[in-house]
Design a protein around this ligand. Structure first.
Ligand code: PMP
Length: 288
């Protein structure tokens, strides 16, 4: 059966799921999106994803043409018609078709697109052995120019960093901000462990406030591990005992090398492994 894609109220077969070439989502990256997971047919942290999508849309002055409840129902329906239980969901809201000029006022009809598919995670070895990062020269978008807190369709900043990472043989790339502080990776947030404490950059550093990041902070607090959101530099990364990344697709993934330097003893650390297991359980036992 062909995968069905939801576009503004109707389902289309994958090959017929099309939008206008005049859509400003295509012409200018003018739109917002979310990446969401479902586990055993239940969407993980639906409310948080809806809130972030609506906040992103508000920040770019885009009105989503449905309510959060309607969007949540459409996501569940898209999973159902595709028979997907453990899946990845991509929600995209574009500015809609307009003229060739930038003016969003000429765009009348924002498109709501929901695509679901089976999830492809990093290979299992990366969870067992940890991955390697490189700090790239592409600076994370300046928050005063285009806030990384907006999950916009314009991901070129991240793509340029990803290309640099791949060129160096790394599957993720660490991005700094204009002050040389650690921000995040191209599609994941970063955490360090130092002397038993969890450290992660604050939102002011210029990051997407990840939903997995929030969940991991909650899990750490519940386990009595102190968590501090503080500015971090490459130095903090190099002297950390442990390092890991969080993201909807990746969940929690250990990092064992950064810029060719081993982190800690060069293997996934105990706090990382504990939080990986706790997140795995949380995601799979959640009740919406
Ligand atoms: N940072 C960026 C730039 C991202 O694209 C993502 C993935 N959405 C994340 C962090 C992780 O966020 P989340 O845990 O909500 O997936």
């Amino acid at each position: 059966m062909a995968l069905k894609v939801f576009i503004s109220g109707k389902f289309y077969d994958k090959d017929d799921a099309k939008i206008s070439v005049f859509d400003h989502g295509l012409l200018y990256g003018d739109g917002v999106f979310e990446g969401i997971r479902s586990y055993a047919g239940k969407v993980f942290r639906m409310q948080q994803h809806m809130d972030r999508l609506w906040d992103s849309a508000k920040a770019i002055r885009l009105t989503i043409p449905m309510s959060k409840d309607e969007m949540a129902a459409a996501i569940e329906e898209t999973l159902r018609v595709n028979g997907i239980e453990d899946g990845y969901i991509r929600v995209v809201v574009t500015r809609g078709a307009g003229t060739l000029g930038l003016d969003p006022n000429h765009c009348s009809d924002p498109r709501v697109i929901i695509i679901t598919d089976h999830i492809s995670l990093y290979p299992k070895e990366l969870y067992d052995q940890g991955l390697e990062l490189i700090t790239v020269s592409t600076i994370r978008n300046h928050p005063a120019a285009l806030s990384p807190r907006i999950k916009s369709l314009n991901y070129l900043n991240n793509i340029l960093a990803k290309i640099e990472g791949f060129q160096a043989g790394c599957s993720e790339a660490l991005m700094l901000n204009q002050q040389g502080e650690v921000t995040e990776c191209t599609g994941d947030n970063i955490f360090l462990v130092r002397k038993g404490e969890l450290l992660t950059p604050p939102k002011e550093a210029g990051i997407l406030e990840g939903i997995t990041r929030d969940a991991v902070i909650e899990l750490a607090c519940e386990s009595g591990i102190s968590v501090r959101e503080i500015p971090l530099t490459k130095h903090d990364v190099y002297i950390a005992d442990e390092c890991f990344l969080t993201g909807t697709a990746a969940e929690v993934v250990p990092v064992v090398k950064v810029d060719s330097r081993p982190i800690g003893d060069g293997t996934p650390g105990p706090i990382t492994r504990d939080l990986m297991a706790k997140f795995h359980r949380l995601a799979r036992n959640h009740r919406a």
